[in-house]
Design a binder for this molecule. Sequence first.
Ligand code: HEM
Length: 82
Amino acid sequence: GAPPPVFTRQEVGRHRSLAERVWVTYGSEVFDITDFVEQHPGGQSKLLLAAGGALEPFWAMYAVHNQPHVLEILQGYKVGEL
Ligand code: HEM
């Protein structure tokens, strides 16, 4: 298939709120998780701490995310790569 869209970290960083849409990175992948914010079991405010940047520092503190079903949810929101 076609190669995925490529974004810079700077561009990801411009998506930090529901109004601008909420993007995050995990590894070299980029996700638009705006539509998941309301569904997050850990609450909106915690999820928004990672808005515009990398998930890794936060997921290192909250190991509940270290499960296949969490990565499956994330994959559903992929919009491109770094
Ligand atoms: C729980 C997904 C970002 C904090 C969860 C759970 C899922 C999830 C599926 C439930 C896991 C389970 O119990 O099996 C996500 C996704 C994220 C994200 C897809 C990013 C796109 C974050 C961030 C933080 C966070 C950035 C903290 C700064 C928490 C906490 C819980 C949780 C504290 C436990 C809630 C509880 O059980 O009371 N998350 N999360 N999450 N998440 Fe996230």
